[in-house]
Design a binder for this molecule. Structure first.
Ligand code: ADP
Ligand code: LRH
Length: 489
């Protein structure tokens, strides 16, 4: 088969991307794009699985219209969220979105029952209030007990397409339920939640052949013959696989989308007390790797400002308006939990500026500037922390994902970190997804070759650091704002 299709669904949008190797170069074509987001119903936040499945089917129909009759297919989505199934394989309840407020305070409550140091030593996973561990703890007990299977979102989408149940490992690690040593679900953590191991499917590694899309779906919707390949189903795992090879210079990556994920790829976890105190995670990667990284609030901040502003301006326009505003006027400690899912992000940002005695951003461009300045400073703080924890200095920061389109943010990041920023590709997640399919199909030898091919196939934009006037005072101001505030405290 010469065609490979990546289904990549982030918290803000999804797409089906066709990948082909043409004369050694990886070429991408977007077949279908759709918006995504959770909706609020009766005060709770939910994702719509049927909508997502329909959009995948729409995209595959588009592929067929383009003459694609046979292909392989891989699916990745955001992490941590789960679907409960009954014994007939039917979805039992609505799928909570990870920003739902039912987990408020739950992490702290669980922390009083299960020592967080023990959980971190076992799992190596950072404390985030929406880790599946805390979401399951907050879930209706009876419903949970009655569930025959617990699949994460991409596992569920694969199941709906092909009928096979699995829990893919890169995403399963974000549940905070996997034991690094045993490389399986941890019996004590499951017992704590009142769950049985059989409620999860077998752990599955990227690269496994999951069989074809069912004959019923193909016939009903006139779809191509798609062979389902298990990819790194956590979007961040795929994004990191899709980071271009970087020669000779030490680099860190920043996967920049709804979240900013800043870290490095390691071949071993770092789950010591310093890593725990700094709240770094060790998410499992494909091919025996670990993503040692930190979640930073990311472009969710601007997504919310844009939504509340009625979507009057595109992201590119917002970056342009921000560029016309004076820099570093008002800053927010963007990783503070108050920004996770406030009722009104614009008011929350203004309130934070007011409380800290800074000018209150009024115009949308001013709000955007406040967000981008704060994110760039936050990247600086966490990069320093990362270097300390790994003992490796970073020369280059590789930014991938939709945020690589934001030239202002990339330049600000270069300026305040004093590192060269290499931005792109923006579709690294789809690329990482496709890379696993192509390796499985024997088109590429391994992930090193895939990253080499990616670096030769896409234009990467370099941003060199420019001096920031008054940087020392700026950093002092930043420190006083408690930028170390974390999503979990
Ligand atoms: P996710 O996968 O989490 O849904 P993406 O990687 O698709 O996120 O990134 C989406 C984000 O990228 C948007 O929220 C926006 O901030 C940013 N973005 C995309 N295109 C542009 C652009 N042309 N200019 C500035 N920012 C952009
Ligand atoms: C990014 C992401 C991130 C998770 C969060 C739930 O899309 O998967 O890696 O922490 O969403």
């Amino acid at each position: 088969m010469t065609y490979h299709i990546a289904v990549d669904i982030g918290a803000s949008s999804g797409r089906l991307v066709l990948g082909q190797l043409v004369d050694g170069s990886l070429q991408l074509e977007e077949i279908h794009r759709f918006s995504n987001g959770f909706t609020e119903q009766e005060g709770s936040c939910f994702w719509d699985m049927d909508y997502l499945l329909n959009e995948i089917i729409n995209g595959l129909q588009q592929a067929k219209l383009r003459g694609i009759h046979e292909c392989t297919l891989g699916i990745d989505t955001w992490a941590v969220d789960y679907v409960l199934l009954d014994a007939e394989g039917k979805q039992i309840s609505r799928v909570y979105a990870y920003r739902d407020h039912r987990t408020d305070g739950v992490m702290e409550e669980v922390g009083r029952l299960l020592p967080p140091e023990k959980v971190y030593a076992k799992t190596g996973i950072q404390q985030l209030p929406f880790n599946t561990l805390y979401q399951l703890y907050a879930h209706d007990r009876e419903e949970l007990k009655a569930a025959d299977q617990i699949l994460l979102v991409p596992d569920y989408l694969y199941y709906r397409l092909g009928g096979r149940k699995m829990n893919e490992v890169t995403n399963a690690s974000t549940t905070q339920l996997l034991d690094l040593a045993a490389r399986d679900f941890d019996a004590q953590l499951l017992e704590f939640l009142g769950l049985r191991r059989e409620q999860f499917a077998p752990l599955t590694e990227p690269g496994e052949d999951l069989g074809f899309i069912t004959q019923e779906l193909r016939a009903e919707y006139d779809l191509p013959e798609c062979r389902l390949i298990c990819v790194a189903t956590h979007d961040t795992a795929s994004a990191v696989l899709g980071v271009p090879a970087q020669k000779d210079r030490a680099s860190a990556y920043l996967s920049s989308g709804t979240w900013s994920l800043l870290g490095v790829e390691l071949d071993h976890p770092i789950n010591n007390s310093r890593a725990m105190a700094a709240n770094y995670t060790n998410e499992w990667g494909a091919y025996g790797t670990y993503r040692f990284l930190k979640n930073i609030m990311g472009l969710w901040l601007i997504q919310e400002v844009r939504r509340l502003d009625g979507g009057r301006f595109s992201f590119a326009e917002l970056a342009e308006q921000a560029g016309e505003c004076p820099g570093f006027r008002s800053l927010i400690p963007c990783n503070h939990p108050r920004f996770l899912n406030p009722d009104d992000m614009i008011q929350e940002i203004r309130q934070a500026c007011l409380e800290s005695g800074q000018p209150v951003p009024q115009a949308t461009g001013e709000l955007a500037r406040c967000i981008f300045d704060s994110l760039a400073l936050s990247y600086r703080s966490h990069l320093a922390e990362l270097e300390e924890l790994t003992g490796e200095l970073t020369q280059v920061l590789q930014i991938v994902g939709g945020g690589a389109n934001n030239g202002l943010l990339c330049q600000l990041t270069a300026d305040v970190t004093g590192r060269e920023v290499l931005a792109g590709p923006t579709e690294s997640t789809a690329l990482g997804n496709l890379a696993v399919q192509m390796i499985e199909a024997g088109r590429m030898a391994d992930i090193h070759e895939a990253r080499q091919t990616i670096s030769q196939s896409f234009a990467i934009q370099s941003y060199l650091p420019q001096p920031v006037p008054g940087l020392a005072e700026l950093l002092l101001r930043w420190e006083q704002l408690h930028p170390g505030a974390d999503v979990h405290n």
